[in-house]
Design a binder for this molecule. Sequence first.
Ligand code: ATP
Ligand code: LTN
Length: 334
Amino acid sequence: MKEFNQKITKSILTGIQPSGIITLGNYIGAIKQMVRMQDEFKSYIFIADMHAITVPQDPEKLHKNIRSLVALYIACGIDPDKNIIFVQSENEYHANISWLLECNTYFGELSRMTQFKDKSSKNANFSAGLFTYPILMAADILAYDVDYVPVGIDQKQHVELARNIASRFNKKYGPTFKVPEAYITDFGTKITDLVNPTKKMSKSSANQKGVIRLLDDLKSIEKKIMGATTDSDCQIKYDPLNKPGISNLINICVALTGKTINEIENAFKNQNYGEFKKYVASVVVEEIRGIQKRYEEIINSEKLDQILNENIKITRSIAKEKFITMKHNMGLYK
Ligand code: ATP
Ligand code: LTN
């Protein structure tokens, strides 16, 4: 069975929902950080498919997106030899642990979650799962006694709740969980929609034109960038407030090339928006071309099934042990 490098002592766990094909925003804001962290931390990385079904999903699409996300993680550089990549719903102990935690979480705490308030206000017919979503997230995290939870700033409140649930549980039933810390991954690197550059680029967005998905056809990626909303000032200058479109394109270049904002501004001082967009398109297309090539190699391979099968055994045995400890500490029948 695969083992982590023994010299690495700290661990992390994070997940992404398969609510659509991941975007350039997910890649820059989350996946690239995970790749950076994989040599420093024991990393559990999973597909949060049970979180995805808290809102309506098309079963056929969802099924495809799950496998696709595993292959994309690997294609983006998440090394299956260094990370434990798995699918959440394959490990039934997450839901089991979640129920025990649910009975130790207050209704009032869940009512204060801003993501719930936001999502439930958009559709009156929301599921109970949307409300208890943060408890399942706490179960994902607490099952593995990890040190850090890399998440975007929007998920920080959920990690705080997981910390509160863990501390309360430990106090009430005796030491059971490590209390982890959030590790914010997306400070300063929020990639925005190309058509509406004041809005975050999101994988579940209905607008195709403003979102670059990692499996988009390369020609259409180029087209989307060439058609990105800019302004009438014609200066390639970083100014997110007054020039959100151009600043977003600069952010994308900084993230993918490692150049500084200054270097990019200087290089394009006397050039027009069309020339700059052509450059941005070439940078993005080259990055995504490599990802798509690796994706094609892995998506239908048996290797992918082997990785998932092996990892689910590992994660199941860890989460099962935690579930048994929780039951014992709570006085449930063994
Ligand atoms: P959804 O549309 O389903 O809400 P999303 O694309 O907005 O999804 P999440 O699944 O909520 O993204 O986030 C996964 C990770 O990707 C998080 O760490 C989040 O901070 C990061 N992320 C998502 N969108 C962006 C973005 N536009 N720029 C930077 N990071 C992002
Ligand atoms: N809610 C997160 C996905 C997620 C997660 C987790 C992240 C589910 N469980 C545990 C970190 C740890 C999201 O939508 N980005």
